[in-house]
Design a protein around this ligand. Structure first.
Ligand code: NAD
Ligand code: UGA
Length: 449
């Protein structure tokens, strides 16, 4: 059993705290947000993440996890402290490190014994050294400490499973003893452990997120080409994915990536490159392709139903991905705003993100199920591939709609089945207008003539 302090109880911090306590460690989780900590003490989760509430409550009962807003209390007997605070985008796309700086200062002022400070927040290359400087400068008296980078690779919606079964653990430190102690902490996860220097570990995190977003923008570009040539991007992706060098993941074409990390991390990496006078050509193309996705879905809708003024449009799904209530950089926000700007009346349904979405989309009427959403709609746009949407009674949905138009930004339905049900259905990258035979003939004719 180790004594662990986790700073920040958001998506990463709370999962880290809960999982380490479940692995038998004694964990104190700290946040400056008093409401979050008061709620956690009552057993209420500040975020929606499947399985998190049970995990936290089990470990509260076992006495292995506690919550505080006091750095002094949190660091009293800590051997390891994990920094898990947010690193949002700054004005020029750089990572804003104010929360990391504040946490580092408070660690310095309140530590009373030697400590290993482990950074889990996604931070620009060089931040680990900078954190060490901040701690040195703010310690009232010198106490030994070491800074180790341990970037987090979990995904929202499957955070606990990802934390407990990572593809790898990356540790960055030149202090071999500290790196080894942090490695010991991660041994129960039974994943390969990559030990490297601080800067390389920090870069592994950015490079990984950048590569995953590149895959998404790549398949979205392929989807555009598929649409014009009558191919089906879902089948193309499946066919590609069997090649182990490519792999099947991150090849779902759609309305583009959103969320609290890909958008900000790609921007931050491009910023780092430009600061060093390196032109981040691929990263810029990835961002441009992603930005076009929202526009494209609106254009598709207009192609099908014409001028949007006065029409009722339903948004099925608001969260940036399924199984989360996270609305940060959710594509649905921009899509809703664009629809409203064009004069449409917009309503929305999401299984868990409605409350988080309400203040962000004050002009959108929120309803509490998919069938209410369908009532009187001229079209439905699907933004999030929640499981519960896959088994909807589509006959009933159709019967409630004014016009049976579905624009599916996540390709959750089969175009042929939708056509047979009488929908005017458009997916992403799936043989434009569903008239594949017609398109094929045109292409053949082009080549013959
Ligand atoms: P979040 O916004 O959900 O949570 C951050 C928490 O830190 C908040 O509760 C906030 O009140 C608290 N906080 C801010 N300043 C503090 C301070 N000085 N002291 C104590 N607490 C403080 O953020 P998140 O999504 O968990 O992301 C945290 C970091 O992890 C980011 O760098 C992010 O890029 C990275 N990351 C996130 C994910 C993810 O899926 N969300 C995955 C991997 C890595
Ligand atoms: C992502 C990474 O997958 C994690 O490894 C990383 O730790 C995390 O960012 C982070 O650094 O915060 P997350 O954002 O939770 O995790 O979710 P993903 O499942 O990766 O999806 C990100 C976005 O890409 C979503 O908007 C999703 O809809 C979109 N996406 C994903 C696609 O459009 N197509 C895909 O094939 C996969």
């Amino acid at each position: 059993m180790k004594q662990i302090t986790v700073i920040g109880v958001g998506y990463v911090g709370l999962v880290t705290a809960a999982c380490f306590s479940d692995l038998g460690n004694e964990v104190v989780a700290l946040d400056i947000n008093k409401e979050r900590i008061a709620g956690l003490k009552r057993g209420e989760m500040p975020i929606y993440e499947p399985g998190l509430e049970e995990l936290v409550q089990r470990n509260i009962k076992a006495g292995r996890i506690s919550f505080t807003t006091s750095y002094k209390d949190a660091l009293k007997s800590a051997e390891f402290v994990f920094i898990c605070v947010a690193t949002p985008s700054g004005v020029d796309g750089e990572a804003d490190l104010k929360h990391v700086a504040a946490a580092s200062r408070d660690i310095a002022k309140n530590m009373s014994a030697p400590l290993i400070v482990i950074n889990k927040s996604t931070v620009p290359v060089g931040t680990g050294d900078w954190v060490a400087d901040i701690i040195k400068q703010h310690q009232p008296k010198p106490i030994d400490f070491s800074v180790v980078s341990c970037p987090e690779f979990l995904r929202e919606g499957s955070a606990i499973a990802d934390f407990m079964n990572p593809y790898r653990t990356v540790l960055g430190s030149l202090d071999e003893e500290a790196a080894d102690m942090v490695a010991q902490l991660h041994l129960p996860l039974r994943a390969p452990i990559v030990i490297t220097d601080l800067r390389t570990a920090e870069m592994i995190k950015y490079a990984s997120n950048a590569f995953l977003s590149t895959k998404i923008s790549f398949i979205n570009e392929i989807a555009n080409i598929c649409e014009s040539l009558g191919a089906d991007v879902k089948e193309v992706a499946a066919g590609m994915g069997f090649d182990e060098r490519i792999g099947p993941d991150m090849l779902n074409a759609g309305i583009g990536y959103g969320g609290s990390c890909f958008p900000k991390d790609i921007k931050a990496l491009a910023f780092m490159a430009e600061e060093m006078s390196i032109e981040p050509r691929i990263l810029k193309a990835v961002m441009e392709t992603n930005a076009e996705r929202r526009e494209r879905i609106i254009n598709r809708l207009i192609e099908v139903i014409g001028d949007l003024k006065g029409l009722n449009i339903g948004l099925l799904g608001l969260a940036f991905k399924p199984n989360t209530d996270d609305m940060r950089e959710a594509p649905s926000i921009e899509i809703a705003q664009k629809l409203i700007a064009q004069g449409a009346r917009v309503k929305a349904y999401d299984p868990v993100a409605l409350e988080v979405a309400r203040p962000l989309l004050p002009k959108v009427e929120m309803v509490d199920n998919a069938y209410k959403l369908a009532e009187g709609c001229d079209a439905i746009v699907i933004n999030t591939e929640w499981n519960e949407f896959i088994q909807l009674d589509l006959e009933e949905i159709k019967s409630k709609m004014k016009q049976p138009v579905i624009i599916d930004g996540r390709n959750i339905y089969d175009p042929e089945k939708m056509k047979a049900l009488g929908f005017i259905y458009r997916g992403v990258g799936r043989g434009y207008n569903n008239d594949r035979d017609l398109i094929k003939k045109e292409i053949i004719q082009d080549h013959v003539s």
